[in-house]
Design a protein around this ligand. Structure first.
Ligand code: AMP
Length: 194
């Protein structure tokens, strides 16, 4: 399919939605279509751990237990990443922000704050999330760790829905459908809002 015509300003997109909702897959495909980077904070942190950096060493115990890595570490990482050249036409965030302080910091990086973002909240029933995560076999996709990650989402990330509903272009998208249909809907929203 032809690449997106994104118009003049940068298109900045945030994927909300719990672990297992399909954020990574959908964000990656949308990023390729738009020709902008997908920025996954989970992937960046795993890379730090693999390379044994100081940030990786700080993040690792939190990730192993399904908890969130402290805000300050994430905020600095994203500030640096989004300031790079390849983000000038926009970017897609997958897994950030996950807390209200992260969202507030992100909003402070762009001229019009939260209004500069398009948000996709991918909605998938809990039983389906558990089924998907069970089949994924990542080291943090096991029993109690999954429960903790879902709980963290509920407690700390869901409040972002209210934060963004008021200030940004917010779209709730049914993620419990064929992948292609979900992607098509996302592209439709980007075409309109870009
Ligand atoms: P993910 O690959 O997005 O599921 O992230 C895997 C893990 O990385 C999460 O369970 C957290 O421990 C950590 N992580 C990723 N993004 C963030 C974030 N924005 N804030 C805090 N922790 C994060």
């Amino acid at each position: 399919m032809a690449a997106a015509d994104l118009g003049a300003g940068p298109t900045r997109i945030i994927f909300l939605g719990p672990p297992g909702a399909g954020k990574g897959t959908q964000a990656e495909r949308l990023a390729q279509w738009m020709g902008v980077p997908r920025i996954s904070t989970g992937d960046m942190l795993r890379e730090h751990i693999a390379q044994g950096t100081p940030l990786g060493r700080q993040a690792s115990p939190h990730m192993d237990q399904g908890g969130l890595v402290p805000d300050q570490l994430l905020i600095e990482m994203i500030r640096e990443r989004t300031s790079r050249e390849d983000c000038q036409r926009g970017y897609i965030l997958d897994g950030f922000p996950r807390t209200v302080p992260q969202a507030e910091s992100l909003a402070s990086l762009t001229p019009r704050g939260a209004a500069d973002f398009t948000i996709f909240d991918l909605v998938v029933p809990r039983e389906e999330l558990l089924r998907r995560l069970d089949g994924r076999k990542r080291s943090d996709d096991t029993g109690t760790v999954v429960q903790r990650r879902l709980q963290e989402y509920h407690d700390r990330t869901e409040p972002l829905i209210q934060f963004f509903e008021r200030h940004a272009r917010f779209h709730r998208v049914d993620g419990f459908r064929d992948m292609e249909l979900v992607q098509r809907e996302l592209r439709g929203h980007v075409g309109v809002t870009a």
